[in-house]
Design a protein. Structure first.
Length: 449
């Protein structure tokens, strides 16, 4: 996964908190591979990574994140932006009915979507009508009727007598049916009409013309282009053909329950500039959701909770303290008990350590220590350090037996607790020195105690 590969990249980066061109290039290379693995179209990947690289080069240095994390953050922000930034809701007509037309290749999931969308709308209090304007295959009308019945919404369908024929012939005029269906909806006061249309196995001029004619006849408020997320590298060509041939107002990504990482989403959004509005995630009518650009971005990146971690780290981290700490680490200056306390407090702010364990790339050796981390202990440590004199904090070597007893009394703890703290501090100090020599323990703000 990208997480694993970036972990390898992290290893070669010092935790120096500065974005060098080499750092950026190393990270961008991994991002490029991840996008290609996710089946994002090659030209889109090229353009995207070039934009990310440029932005990273001029990015402000973050105290909270290491260079690789900073690049990942930029990549994520750019992905979310291209995917539409935020969810775009259906736009309803000022005067009912709102007309929604579905377009896309055969098998894309249009008919299934018609059922899902009508069910969702019905549950929101709308009174949708489905119109069967796919007359390419005789059983397409039957299929829509079955879906409609499951969704509990009525269907406007032509020539019921012709249903069930198995020959592949056109059994009516789809443009006329679409127009009549919308008129019927207006008549019967349905506030939304969803017009299902025919698709072909590949992009086809006759099909495009038919869809364009239906569009012209019913002036839909929304034309939703349905595309199979598994389509991969073909997404750009298919979406471009539909954009040119029919034009659409929004995209629905179907079959997101499959293995596809969803690179098609990025390709289509980037190439067409149209928002992705819904995601279809299964064969059941309830396997349907509003599209969330941020969730899709992390799916494409395949970064699991790393993105969440970056967010948390940034939120929790005090940039100024980071700066000071980085300075200390970089210069190998002595790391004091006061610094140790600040670190522990930062970690507490980061939230439950145990939850974070699973999110951190490259934590290897720290895992055990983290597993034993108890947030209440930070409070204990705080009490102990506060009970020390400034001189003791600066130079813990002077803390002899009687001082230990005094500190324990003052902090309401035991001499054993004071001893343990001093041991932990010494270990942390040793680690900080190692980091200063360039061993590197990237990923954690200010290093780990
Ligand atoms: P249409 O030709 O565009 O109308 O596509 P259909 O709605 O008939 O769907 C084609 C096939 O894909 C059917 O077998 C559906 O059950 C299936 N399908 C549609 N949407 C999804 C989805 O989101 N996930 C999965 N797993 N299958 C889907
Ligand atoms: Mg269909």
């Amino acid at each position: 996964s990208l997480s694993d590969r970036l972990t390898a990249t992290f290893k070669n980066l010092r935790g120096r908190g500065r974005l060098s061109e080499a750092d950026i290039d190393a990270t961008v290379r991994e991002i490029r591979r991840a996008l290609l693995d996710a089946d994002v179209a090659v030209p889109v990947v090229r353009e995207f990574t070039a934009a990310v690289r440029e932005r990273a080069l001029s990015a402000e240095v973050s105290g909270a994140l290491n260079p690789a994390q900073q690049v990942v953050k930029i990549v994520n922000e750019e992905l979310v932006e291209i995917l539409g930034g935020h969810t775009r809701p259906l736009s309803f007509a000022k005067v009912a009915p709102t007309v929604i037309m579905l377009a896309g290749l055969q098998g894309a999931g249009k008919t299934t979507l018609a059922g899902k969308l009508s069910l969702a709308l019905r549950e929101q209090g709308h009174t949708p009508l489905l119109v069967a304007a796919d007359l390419q295959r005789p059983n397409a009308v039957t299929q829509l009727s079955v879906v409609a019945e499951r969704a509990g919404v009525p269907v406007y369908a032509p020539h019921p007598g012709n249903q069930g024929a198995e020959t592949d012939v056109v059994i009516g005029d789809p443009v006329g049916v679409a127009r009549d269906g919308v008129a019927f909806a207006r008549d019967k006061q349905h506030d939304v009409v969803i017009v299902d249309t025919a698709g072909r196995l590949g992009v086809d001029q006759v099909l495009m013309q038919q869809a364009a004619d239906i569009r012209a006849a019913i002036s839909p408020d929304e034309v939703l282009f349905v595309i199979d997320a598994m389509i991969g590298q073909d997404a750009v060509a298919t979406a471009s053909a539909f954009l040119e041939g029919v034009d659409f107002t929004g995209v629905v990504l179907s079959k997101l329950d499959g293995d596809a990482r969803g690179g098609a989403a990025l390709s289509v959004a980037k190439v067409t500039g149209r928002p992705i509005m819904f995601a279809s995630t299964g064969e059941k009518l309830t396997d349907f959701e509003v599209f969330h650009p941020d969730r899709m971005a992390s799916r494409i990146l395949d970064m699991g909770d790393v993105l969440t971690l970056i967010e948390q780290a940034e939120r929790a981290f005090d940039a100024e303290q980071a700066e000071k700490m980085a300075q200390k680490v970089a210069t190998g200056q002595d790391f004091s008990l006061a610094d140790f306390l600040v670190q522990m407090q930062q970690m507490k702010k980061l939230g439950s350590m145990k939850k974070m364990l699973g999110m951190l790339p490259g934590m290897g050796q720290m895992r055990e220590q983290l597993e034993n981390f108890d947030e209440r202990e930070v409070d204990r440590i705080e009490a102990i350090i506060h009970s020390m004199t400034p001189a003791e904090r600066e130079n813990p070597k002077i803390i002899n037996g009687s001082r230990r007893a005094r500190i324990a009394r003052g902090s309401g703890t035991t001499t054993t607790a004071v001893n343990q703290l001093l041991e932990r501090f010494e270990a942390a100090q040793k680690m900080m020195r190692q980091m200063a020599r360039g061993g590197g323990m990237p990923g954690m703000p200010g290093g780990m105690p």
